[in-house]
Ligand binder design. Structure first.
Ligand code: ZN
Length: 450
């Protein structure tokens, strides 16, 4: 009798215990998987035929970029705007993995940890200006490449264009080389002479008398029995002219003095080998190989060895230089439609989340030198009224292909704290092709009051 009682009591105690532990397991799994369950492709309130049918996307000025109407996803009515913003919004089939429709699904669904799905919809405001994207898209013309502009004080990305692009509303697979790849976020290129920014930062910090040195350029220098060629005969020059003229002989000498390990250490500490997190999107990271001899070290410092650089990380570096040495946290989401989510977003972005890449003294020196580049070499007249600091790159890509054209830099005028990167693939001269594109986009940004 006593034994029977005990068994019943144990059984009675066991049942609620099992229920409680079962519930606990359920709640843990629910918390872990809630987002995945809520946003499953099979959730018919959110997806239809694999397409996200909830959530509207606007640019920073409230211009509609993508909207759901009667259960159908639509995009901007203007085709050029659609193509210019395709990599920011994403396409209807979800081929562009870094587009908002894929990367910001939880924001578009209105999911958040506190309220779960919020009526199944939310308005998402991006930081980009669709008209500025249009200008950049048209300025790139027929070139493949990318243009991006960021406010280096706030980190807001105002312009982000990648070409070739596609019409995001089309359900047909787009033809072309890497159409769905956002070259700003996900590509990496041979940097060519824009890499001299990194070599120069290392030289300013590691070679005490660098500002007093004189370099000699006869158009070519022999290293390890082979010539490292310069694009001109520069004669005797100081470091600021070596940088402005992008003299390979001077930078070969500097690179060998620094050594490949030091140059690569600087590339790492300046953020070129790590991925940048932009509202959860991970950018591609660059890569550098150690050089087995002095000649390769020279080419490493010139940006022509096996160097690969992602445009977003280069933009982050010049943003840091512009901002006194601290890289702002890059952002693509400017706000969301519901008050609670906007509040959470604002809380997340409270305080200074920038990261120091360069000392303020070095960034001041770099600003002066990049200012001198425009004044002495690229020509202020080609960038009227911009107060521009810049560095060009003409990156040899081998074979009989024209070099990639790079132009990076920033505006010093506090009213327009804009930094930019332009890459036009096989565009030829950096200051020429990419420089012209940069000027067109920056003039438009200023006229638009960015
Ligand atoms: Zn030279």
């Amino acid at each position: 009798m006593v034994i029977k009682m005990r068994k019943r009591r144990i059984a009675l105690l066991l049942i609620p215990a099992l229920i409680i532990s079962g519930l606990a397991v359920f709640f843990v799994r629910y918390a872990e998987n809630r987002q995945a369950w809520a946003m499953s492709v099979y959730n018919r309130g959110i997806y239809s035929s694999g397409q996200l049918i909830t959530g509207n996307i606007y640019d920073r000025n409230g211009i509609m970029l993508s909207k759901v109407e009667d259960g159908v996803r639509r995009f901007a009515s203007d085709e050029t705007i659609r193509r210019a913003t395709a990599h920011a919004t994403g396409d209807i089939n979800g081929n562009i993995g870094t587009g908002a429709l894929k990367a910001f699904t939880s924001e578009l669904v209105g999911y958040n940890i506190i309220t779960g799905i919020n009526n199944g919809r939310s308005d998402l405001y991006l930081t980009i200006d669709s008209e500025l994207n249009r200008t950049a898209y048209e300025a790139l013309g027929g070139y493949s490449g990318t243009v991006a502009v960021v406010n280096y004080k706030t980190g807001e990305i105002l312009c982000m264009v990648s070409t070739p692009s596609c019409d995001p509303v089309s359900s047909e697979t787009a033809e072309g080389d890497g159409v769905y790849l956002n070259r700003f976020l996900s590509a990496s290129y041979t940097p060519g002479s824009v890499f001299k920014i990194i070599t120069l930062i290392a030289a300013l910090e590691e070679i005490p008398d660098i500002m007093e040195r004189e370099f000699a350029c006869n158009g070519s220098v022999e290293i390890d029995g082979e010539a490292v060629n310069c694009h001109s005969v520069h004669g005797t020059l100081k470091i600021e002219d070596a940088f402005a003229q992008s003299c390979n002989c001077a930078f070969a000498e500097i690179a060998i003095e620094l050594g490949d390990d030091t140059i690569i250490e600087y590339a790492e500490s300046l953020g070129l080998t790590s991925s940048v997190d932009i509202d959860g999107i991970q950018t591609a990271s660059g890569s550098f190989d150690t050089a087995e001899n002095d000649r390769y070290t020279a080419w490493l410092g010139i940006g022509q060895y096996r160097d690969l650089v992602n445009p977003a990380s280069m933009l982050r570096l010049v943003s840091a230089i512009a901002n006194g040495g601290a890289a702002p946290e890059f952002r693509l989401i400017s706000g969301q439609g519901t008050a609670l989510l906007s509040f959470i977003d604002a809380m997340e972005h409270r305080g200074d989340r920038s990261e120091r890449l360069v000392s303020s003294a070095t960034s001041e020196q770099m600003t002066a030198m990049m200012d001198y580049n425009v004044y002495s070499n690229y020509g202020d007249g080609n960038f009227p009224g911009l107060e521009l600091c810049a560095k060009s790159g003409t990156a040899e890509v081998g074979g009989d292909k024209a070099p990639h054209s790079w132009f990076v830099g920033f505006i010093t005028n506090e009213e327009y704290p804009l930094a930019f990167v332009v890459v036009s693939e096989n565009g030829g001269s950096g200051a020429g092709t990419a420089g012209r594109i940069a000027n067109t986009v920056l003039q438009s940004a200023i006229a638009g009051g960015e």
